[in-house]
Design a protein around this ligand. Structure first.
Ligand SMILES: [Zn+2]
Length: 66
């Protein structure tokens, strides 16, 4: 599982306010812009291009793209 200290310093790259991210299964979620960033091999992919809409995740618990 992701290190809580690491989680605390991570922030959404899409939001200027850099809001904190919330761990949600295999994703880090930004509730401000409703993007979810996949975590692969315990490394979060904090890239806007990698983000999945939070709605999709809540709809079907989609697995991260390989
Ligand atoms: Zn955001």
């Amino acid at each position: 599982m992701l290190n809580p200290e690491l989680l605390a310093i991570l922030a959404c790259p899409a939001c200027e306010e850099r809001p904190p991210l919330e761990l949600h299964g295999e994703y880090l979620v930004c509730h401000r812009c409703r993007r979810a960033y996949p975590i692969r091999d315990e490394i979060p992919a904090l890239l806007v291009e990698e983000a999945v809409p939070l709605d999709e995740i809540e709809a079907g618990e989609k697995t991260p793209r390989a």
